[in-house]
Write a new protein. Sequence first.
Length: 355
Amino acid sequence: MTGCPVRFGGTDYQQVEDPAAVREVFGRVADFPPANALTAAQPLSRAALDVLAGAGVSLPPVLASASGELHARTRRVVARFFSPGRSAATEPAIVARTIAATERIRAGLGAGPVDLATELSRQVPAAVLGELIGVTLPPPEVLQPWSRDSLELFWGAPDGDRQLQLAHSVATFYRWLHAQVLACEGPADGLFGALRAAGLSLRQRCSLGFFLIIAGQETTVQLINIGLLRAITRTGCWAELADRDRAGHFVRRLLATESSVPAWRRIAGQDGTIAGRPVVRGTELLLRLTGDDHGLAFGYGVHRCLGATLAELETTLVLHTAARELPGLELAGPEPDWIRLLCFQTPRTVLVRAG
């Protein structure tokens, strides 16, 4: 049921690795609530907290970290924007944006190596997300630093000086978000307007937007990066992805074994058991989502990721289209450094050259 305990950011976690046990935890929301899902993995310094407070950053539980009636009501609203039909309808835009990116990459390869993490992966998910939720998101070169800084602040273990740097970035992001949410007053104003009509407060709408905009594009960017790196470095794999069906199979395997979100958190709300073994109230749990065909990359149960269909589609189409348009790529240089946070991972770069 459990793996070895792990310590991260000063907190001890009990790992839950068996897929059946992970499903059990996700399924017993009353016993294992998501209250810790979005809290900072490393306690934040007073200086960092002051910066966040100065920007009015307020992140009450709404969706991923909430349960009960509020969670159910909010989830129904958000689900409408990420329905299978709406997700499938984004395919032409995904392909068109990927082709445009590959044309720029092809032109750049003549001058030397190109970083696909910058020139390809981050060019698609944010634009698609913005169209779905009815918000014009900042360009990738602005949004991605905000997203990565937010992930590091809340799911990393930065020291005091680094926390202060990250807090200023998060504060800037939140100010932009707050203005966007305020501008959406009615049901016709995309997701934020629909949430207002459903009775969510301004603080709740901002909290949901904060994590949704990050998760809705950055985790897909990270997954695409992993897919690009693995496909390009495995003999013959990149050429195979030019076939759409093989690309889909590759992405499903990637999600099962090496997702950008390899783990997630829960907390024991009371003394009890997991798979028949005792667990003490207050125990921090780290649930393993990928590896050995877990099939849990997007979670399970009432908190399963609403963007699962979209993320898989985007990753498949970007890899397939890029492999078709840019044959013969090879990695330029050694294996890149990785970002490895408590619940997120991705290579920092995917530097390639023409083979």
